[in-house]
Ligand binder design. Structure first.
Ligand SMILES: [Zn+2]
Length: 73
């Protein structure tokens, strides 16, 4: 018997850096920061610290501001 609830546990979840919503990893867009530039990691194979963002224009549009905030530290 297949239990849907137990299957869901196998999908890793990640948190969007903008709205802090948690979603299944495949539903989020992974990116890394190289030389202070956001590089979307479409193949999910880039080295380095990965960040995740919702695939919505609302969150993607705010990424630039988020990046500038990081640099001010
Ligand atoms: Zn988001």
């Amino acid at each position: 018997m297949v239990n849907k609830a137990s299957n869901a546990g196998h999908i890793p979840s990640r948190t969007c850096v903008i709205c802090k919503n948690k979603d299944a990893k495949p539903n989020l867009l992974r990116f890394v920061i190289k030389n202070d530039i956001i590089v979307f990691d479409y193949k999910q194979k880039m080295q380095g610290r990965g960040y995740y963002c919702c695939v919505t224009s609302n969150c993607i549009n705010k990424l630039e501001k988020w990046l500038k905030k990081r640099k001010r530290k």
